[in-house]
Ligand binder design. Structure first.
Ligand code: IMP
Ligand code: ZN
Length: 354
């Protein structure tokens, strides 16, 4: 008995708007269709789709969200699974009008299937390569993720793996993500690994201040500084952060990856209109709308744009500017950024009948 309930798709303006997705966890981004393929491959696990997605009006504690990932990971434990889910996810973002995607995922090893972390990364890269060969209208890059729960040694090993692939993947691997349950571990223990990553040329996209208790950790991580911040929900003083944190983020001009539905359904933000998007947007700080986990939170990037526009009263012009500005916040090489900017200009002209 699978739940096939989908949220209402966004209006065509938001679906057709060219978009940049910079914060998408691979295994949190599986559609109902992909999940059903996985469930039918592994019926013995007795997993139902209702266990892997949070629908409209439903909410979960952050802890419950992390339990969901454990269920999903059981379904994805072979190279074949990873290839399929990565290709599906890339195809779905392309179908939603995403022209540039930075996918992130935590390399896992599964002894019972012979999956190694290196094979895991190779398979995601292969999926990206195949999508390019199939001429999907989307450029994809990959961020190797460090799960903070696994501690400093694994973090260092993951950085070494990411570094190897940065050199050998034809510029597909461009950076490192720090994610995982924010209530576990402390960023100070991971600082040496993050510094090593930065020094070898990997860009850093770090989940920061996702929960209220991370002020000290955020101060520390900002010394790196990161190239982008994931969520940053509790950075500003109105929610218990501090002016000094805000000042540092602004001085260093570190863009924020903001995921409205994820934060509302995960209950770190009480409602859409209270989302910290407004605080940073009003400051003129670079904000990039993202999905985080489009499968788990039953959303799409077009829906996130529509939600932001309707909640905060953004004009269509402002929505175009928001999506265009995301290009500059990406880790794409300069020539690709330029190509994307030109694409936006011609698509906007086309959309307005010029
Ligand atoms: P994967 O890395 O592709 O397996 O994607 C799922 C993983 O992403 C989870 O196990 C977490 O480590 C991480 N993740 C997904 N969403 C969040 C979030 O909102 N905060 C922190 N970590 C997250
Ligand atoms: Zn995230």
């Amino acid at each position: 008995m699978f739940s096939t309930r989908m949220e209402k798709p966004a209006d065509s303006f938001y679906r057709q708007l060219p978009k940049v997705e910079l914060h998408a966890h691979l295994n949190g981004s599986l559609s109902v269709a992909t999940m059903e393929k996985l469930i039918s491959r592994k019926p013995h696990l007795n997993i139902q789709h209702s266990m892997t997605a949070i629908h409209k009006g439903q909410r979960r504690t952050l802890d419950e969200c992390f339990q969901v990932f454990k269920v999903i990971h059981q379904l994805i434990d072979t190279e074949e699974d990873i290839l399929m889910v990565a290709k599906d996810v890339i195809g779905e973002f392309a179908a939603d009008g995403v022209k540039y995607l930075e996918l992130r995922s935590t390399p896992r090893e599964e002894t019972h299937t012979g999956l190694t972390k290196r094979k895991y990364v190779e398979t995601v890269i292969e999926a990206i390569r195949q999508c390019k060969q199939e001429d999907l209208d989307i450029e994809v890059r990959f961020l190797v993720a460090v799960d903070r729960r696994n501690g400093p040694q694994v973090a260092m090993e993951t950085v070494k793996l990411a570094e190897d692939f940065m050199v050998s993947s034809d510029d597909v691997v461009v950076g490192l993500d720090l994610s995982g349950d924010p209530t576990v571990g402390h960023g100070k223990d991971l600082l040496p690994a993050l510094l090593k990553a930065k020094n070898c040329g990997l860009k850093l996209a770090l989940h920061m201040s996702e929960v209220p208790s991370q002020k000290e950790e955020s101060e520390l991580l900002l010394t790196l500084p990161p190239d982008r911040i994931g969520h940053g929900t509790f950075l500003h003083p109105e929610v218990g952060g501090s002016q000094s944190l805000v000042d540092k983020v602004r001085e260093r001009n570190v863009p924020l990856e903001l995921c409205l539905t994820s934060n509302v359904k995960g209950q770190s933000v009480p409602s859409y209109d209270k989302h910290h998007f407004l605080y940073w947007y009003k400051l003129g700080h670079p904000c990039v709308l993202c999905t985080d986990d489009k499968g788990v939170f039953s959303t799409e990037l077009s829906q996130e744009y529509q939600l932001a526009a309707t909640t905060f009263g953004l004009s269509r012009e402002a929505v175009w500017t928001l999506s265009q500005q995301a290009i500059g916040c990406s880790f794409a090489p300069d020539h690709l950024k330029e190509k994307l900017r030109q694409r936006w200009v011609s698509l906007q002209a086309q959309a307005s009948g010029r």
